[in-house]
Ligand binder design. Structure first.
Ligand SMILES: Nc1ncnc2c1ncn2[C@@H]1O[C@H](COP(=O)(O)OP(=O)(O)OP(=O)(O)O)[C@@H](O)[C@H]1O
Ligand SMILES: [Mg+2]
Length: 387
């Protein structure tokens, strides 16, 4: 370990911590100094805010952001996040999710409309708001030149934890997420997934009332993704926290979120519980088939299948047809007859998922390029989308 890092650095500066005022995570951290501790003291202790479940954690009203170059990233967003919920923000690249997050954090000032966090305005009262939030930005960890354990320790200290608390919480989370391998490594030397984990751990420090996680499972392996989802549910269920969760991992998020807003082009196109959103598809089931590697479908076969329901071809060898409940039997028969059993590697019938809603509402607009070739072979009324 380089000299100088052995000494306990005086906060808020550290010789190897190259944070800048514009660094969002650091901005959140620094804003916590030197105010009194807003957090409970030991990890695992339920928050006093267990009685905090009534009311809104985030209330966005007609929230609009137009960047200097004229891009309208958020367009009159109305989003209410109730306390004690995991609220998912889903939408394609460029939909305006991170812009919304940064307005919640007070890092970007709204062009019009307003947003409140536990009743406080992030622009007028940034310190109050930032102290309540644990934030995992979409971009990299702020203190990336420090060793991972130092970066997490200093984040804890900057959040107002004592030396002991910062170490206790860090060690607890290192153990929960099995992060030993990043100890003694500078954050930037860790793999992408492990940097993400370090950022997630940093966001959890100090039991924030509101966790704001911008794509927390990017780059993570399946086991760590599961650990992250479990932890999110735990801090919400047991600690009484609220979580605003931005993710592209719609299939897995469905099991974690209480409510969802689907955003496209800066606007909310659907909002509600996953169950409620799925009702939009009616009583539908998804019939899926995987072709053998050497299997190929002719344009006429695709045309036939597209007449059965909403046909998607997420991959060249995978087909998915969303069909009304009463059409499942016919569809299965037709798929088997059209493709031929010898061409099929795997086959299943599944309930419609949140991802199906996503594809139905925003998927076609972002997938048209990918699906162009397949769609060209189909009549206009047969919707095909890449998944
Ligand atoms: N600082 C900025 N200046 C100008 N335009 C910006 C800025 N930040 C974002 N944008 C634009 O605003 C729109 C929304 O971007 P944003 O990052 O909020 O989308 P997103 O939903 O988070 O996308 P992704 O899923 O790719 O992270 C995009 O068109 C983007 O190019
Ligand atoms: Mg984003």
């Amino acid at each position: 370990m380089p000299r100088g890092l052995r000494r306990r650095a005086k906060l808020p500066t550290h010789p190897r911590c190259r944070y800048t005022k514009s660094s969002s995570l650091t901005a959140i951290c620094l804003s916590g100094l030197p105010s009194p501790l807003p957090f409970p003291r030991s990890f695992g202790r339920p928050m006093s805010s267990l009685t905090d479940r009534d009311g809104l954690a985030i209330e966005a009203t007609d929230l609009t952001k137009v960047y200097k170059d004229g891009v309208k990233a958020n367009d009159q967003l109305n989003i209410n996040v109730r306390r004690g919920q995991v609220y998912g923000l889903l939408g394609p690249n460029g939909a305006g999710k991170s812009t919304f997050v940064q307005q919640v954090l007070g890092l970007i000032e709204p062009t019009a409309g307003s947003v409140e966090v536990f009743g406080a305005n992030p622009v007028h009262d940034p310190d109050t708001v930032k102290r309540m939030i644990g934030y995992l930005p979409q971009t990299t960890f702020a203190m990336r030149d420090l060793y991972a354990e130092e970066a997490i320790y200093f984040t804890g200290r900057l959040k107002g934890l004592s030396h002991r608390e910062a170490i206790e919480q860090r060690e607890h989370l290192f153990s929960v997420f099995d992060l030993e391998e990043i100890r003694g490594k500078a954050v930037f030397q860790a793999s992408g997934g492990m940097q993400r984990m370090a950022g997630f751990v940093a966001a959890l420090l100090g039991h924030p009332r509101l966790l704001v996680l911008d794509e927390p499972t990017n780059d993570l392996d399946p086991l760590r993704r599961r650990a992250v989802w479990d932890m999110i549910r735990r801090v919400v269920n047991e600690d009484g926290a609220t979580c605003l969760l931005v993710t592209h991992n719609v299939l897995e998020a469905e099991r974690v979120v209480d409510r969802v807003a689907l955003i496209n082009d800066g606007r909310v196109v659907a909002e509600g519980t996953p169950g409620k959103l799925k009702e939009r598809l009616g009583e539908s089931l998804r019939v899926e088939a995987w072709l053998r590697e050497d299997g190929e479908l002719a344009a006429e076969q695709l045309t036939d299948l597209s007449a059965l329901g909403i046909l998607r071809q997420p991959r060249p060898h995978q087909l998915s047809i969303l069909v009304p409940l009463d059409g499942v039997g016919t569809t299965v028969d037709r798929v088997l007859a059209t493709i031929g059993l010898e061409q099929i590697d795997d086959f299943r019938v599944a309930t419609a998922s949140l991802e199906d809603v996503y594809v139905e509402l925003v998927g076609r607009s972002i997938a048209d390029d990918d699906a162009e070739v397949a769609a060209a072979a189909l009549p206009d009324e047969a919707p095909v989308a890449a998944g």
